[in-house]
Write a protein that binds this ligand. Structure first.
Ligand SMILES: Nc1ncnc2c1ncn2[C@@H]1O[C@H](COP(=O)(O)OP(=O)(O)OP(=O)(O)O)[C@@H](O)[C@H]1O
Length: 298
């Protein structure tokens, strides 16, 4: 067993005080956009590393702890938020034919290009058109008062990511990667991109860090070992957490069900990561101080 996994598992009940302190500090900050207090980009260099899954689960964990949370799916070429929240085929309404009413699920306010157009239509949009559509999406949504708006960016570091990073009032960014060399090289590009546009990198999430066999408990570093931790150290970026490659994450994501309704240990990991993230945007934890994560066998 892993010490950090055991430690996280016992903290699954939201500890009111740290959340409340962070929330209070965030609510004292002036909104950065409409009535939204903080905007956090969730990015990855490489596709398929679990960025959308991580963004969705962090959003659910925050909402579960009482944070007024929104999630914008900016992954225009592969919107997965409708599936992740069990809202496939649903469309947003527009009471005045101008502004859009976002959807609500698992306590999270949601908007996605997938709620507006057929994903196949969006998939042929070129860079400037896609960036414009996304800016319109965020501007023309009737966002309620939010403590945090998470934005699930498309993978990569191209024109769309750069335009959004420059044009949106961003508080900070989270970079999701696997420990695999190929993913790390691209995660490094994402960190560099944010630094170039002066967006604080709030932390790195190492996803699919390892596989823990549910029957025999054997541990397998499927994508290599601790690559994300080394990358974070090199760039002085905090590690917000490590998530195992776990069947329950894939299954519950496909079903659009919150992990809190199933896998309590995994839900606890997302809970801890989102608290750490919130403490950083609230200024309670220093931006670049790393969370110490030790992977040790008993
Ligand atoms: N920790 C995990 N354990 C098991 N499966 C996972 C985990 N994280 C993500 N997955 C699965 O991996 C696949 C890719 O995840 P996801 O769509 O979140 O990646 P992404 O980085 O957003 O991809 P894209 O670049 O296409 O947007 C999905 O099937 C998802 O359910």
């Amino acid at each position: 067993m892993f010490n950090w996994l055991k430690k996280s598992a016992v903290t699954q009940t939201p500890q009111a005080e740290p959340w409340q302190n962070a929330l209070l500090a965030i609510r004292q900050q002036a909104p950065v956009f409409k009535a939204i207090h903080t905007v956090i980009l969730v990015a990855s260099g490489k596709g398929g590393v679990g960025k959308s899954t991580t963004a969705a689960n962090l959003a659910m964990a925050m909402a579960n702890a009482g944070v007024r949370t929104g999630l914008l799916d900016a992954d225009i070429y592969g919107p997965s938020l409708p599936t992740l929240f069990g809202l496939t085929g649903q469309k947003v309404s527009s009471p005045d034919n101008k502004l859009m009413q976002p959807l609500q699920q698992h306590g999270v306010t949601l908007q996605s290009i997938g709620f507006l157009v057929d994903p196949e239509v969006a998939s042929v949009w070129r860079g400037p058109m896609a960036s414009q559509a996304l800016l319109q999406l965020i501007n023309e949504t009737i966002w309620p008062e939010l403590d945090v708006l998470l934005i699930d960016l498309p993978p990569g570091t191209g024109d769309i990511q750069l335009t959004l990073s420059q044009k949106l009032p961003v508080t900070g960014a989270v970079v999701v990667t696997t420990p695999q060399d190929l993913a790390l090289a691209d995660a490094q590009k994402a960190i560099s991109m944010f630094r170039q546009v002066s967006i604080p990198v709030l932390g790195l999430v190492e996803n699919m860090s390892f596989y823990l066999c549910p029957s025999c408990g054997a541990h397998d570093d499927v994508f290599g070992s601790a690559g994300g931790l080394r990358l974070a150290e090199r760039h002085q970026v905090p590690v917000l957490g490590q998530l195992p490659l776990q069947g329950s994450i894939r299954q519950q994501s496909d079903l659009g069900v919150a992990l809190t309704q199933g896998d309590a240990a995994m839900a606890a990991l997302y809970h801890d990561i989102s608290l750490s993230l919130l403490q950083r945007v609230s200024g309670e934890l220093p931006e670049y101080a790393s969370v110490e994560i030790k992977i040790t066998d008993d």
